[in-house]
Design a protein around this ligand. Structure first.
Ligand code: ATP
Ligand code: MG
Length: 395
């Protein structure tokens, strides 16, 4: 008897001729997610099987697989010889613990047979095994509509027996949609935005702007930690840390006070786009939501977009803050996001920012100041790191 993990995937079935490409990516991503756990990952008949996981790493492997986009659900299963007694004994062993907890439980058998030479068809297996289980555990009963336990048997090159289906992250395998650059702050929104776009199959690069000494080292560590938490889903993230203090100081010295936020945001976008190009990313991602703050009015968003030519993805644009917070809790970034370290956007906030900036005015204010040298310097001094899900926690 061997413990294996059956991995189901769904959406990629829809992709017609691209299907092998999607499946290959998914297998690759599963292998990456299981890095450090010795095992075998292979695809057979529309399923992926993870075998050979040591007993003491089994739960950890399950937990990591739950995070992989493109995985619909997983089932820890027992793989045994197709010998009927063996199948029955295995099914009993799965029922035993559940019956001890709830003697009157309901169950049904759900059989599938892809080995057409097997001596029973799936209906017969359902009936026969159902009968055997009732004999062995007289206190249980069959409920085919809403059973507490679905006892599944798949007859393939071996018999796979399992009673649990764990829902997973769903979405598309990361990398099947190309690469995009996430603007990541230490806030609640941007990690959620990155998660959502990775779920649609994008590899993530990320860029963060910091302003020493106005923002602290702790604030930077917080962003690295947030990227690490997102990378549990998205796979490794290339994170670019851009020193932004000099540019911010020049904005505040030389631009009209009420326009400082929008000009700062345009320069962030511009630098992010430059780094995106060198990273092979074809779009930018932000955590903006319409109307959330002064810089997120429709006019401000238009003026921000005007600074770049890449598409800007804003997956949270129509979300309420409460819903974004729920999302952040679900994916596990919330507790880190609410740690009280300042972001460079929150230093030098103007008292009365423009809420309906006019693009020509902002372009003119920006053009009146020569930022080019400082932009080059910021890009030159950018620190590049790669964040992996298995890295040590920083905070
Ligand atoms: P968040 O919760 O993601 O910080 P927010 O609601 O606080 O968002 P802003 O601070 O105005 O809104 O930022 C809007 C978006 O701009 C962020 O979601 C993020 O994509 C980007 N951003 C803000 N600050 C930074 C930064 N220091 N570095 C990189 N991107 C940033
Ligand atoms: Mg913020």
């Amino acid at each position: 008897m061997e413990r294996v993990i059956l991995v189901r995937y769904t959406e990629i079935h829809l992709k017609g001729l691209n299907r092998p490409f999607f499946e290959q990516k998914l297998i690759e991503n599963i292998r990456i997610s299981l890095r450090g756990i010795s095992c075998k990952v292979e695809r057979k008949q529309g399923r992926i099987y993870v075998t050979g996981v040591a007993e003491d790493r089994f739960d950890e492997a399950i937990d990591r697989l739950k995070h992989v986009f493109g995985v619909y659900s997983i089932s820890p299963a027992l793989a045994v010889e197709k010998d009927w007694n063996c199948v029955c004994e295995t099914a009993f062993s799965l029922m035993e613990k559940q019956v001890a907890e709830d003697p009157g439980l309901s169950f049904k058998v759900f059989a599938r047979r892809s080995d057409k030479n097997y001596f029973m068809n799936s209906d017969q297996i359902n009936r026969e095994l159902g009968h055997e289980v009732l004999e062995r555990f007289p206190s249980v009963h069959v409920d085919i509509h809403k059973p507490k336990v679905s006892l599944c048997v798949e007859i393939r090159e071996k018999a796979y027996v399992y009673a649990e289906e764990i829902p997973c992250a769903k979405g598309m395998p990361v990398g099947t949609a190309g690469r995009a650059m996430l603007l990541i702050s230490g806030g609640i929104d941007s990690p959620v935005a990155g998660y959502m776009m990775a779920k649609r199959g994008l590899f993530l690069s990320a860029v963060h702007f910091y302003s020493y000494p106005y923002t602290s080292e702790r604030a930077r560590d917080k962003v690295v930690e947030l990227a690490r938490l997102v990378s549990a889903y998205s796979g490794p993230i290339r994170l670019h840390l851009v020193p932004f203090t000099d540019i911010q100081m020049l904005i505040y010295d030389a631009c009209p006070e009420k326009e400082t936020t929008v000009i700062m945001r345009r320069l962030m976008m511009e630098i992010a786009e430059r780094i995106a190009v060198s990273d092979g990313a074809k779009a930018l991602i932000t955590g903006e939501a319409l109307g959330q703050v002064a810089s997120q009015t429709l006019e401000s968003l238009c003026v921000t977009d005007d600074a770049v030519s890449m598409p800007v993805f804003r997956p949270l644009i129509g979300f309420d803050k409460d819903d974004i917070m729920d999302y952040a809790r679900r994916i596990g970034t919330y507790e880190t996001s609410i740690l009280p370290y300042e972001d460079c956007c929150t230093v030098f906030v103007p008292k009365h920012p423009v809420t309906r900036p006019v693009v020509e005015d902002i372009r003119a204010s920006e053009a009146a100041v020569d930022f080019s040298e400082l932009i080059e310097k910021a890009i030159e001094n950018t620190e590049h790191i790669v964040v992996h899900p298995g890295d040590a926690k920083l905070i």
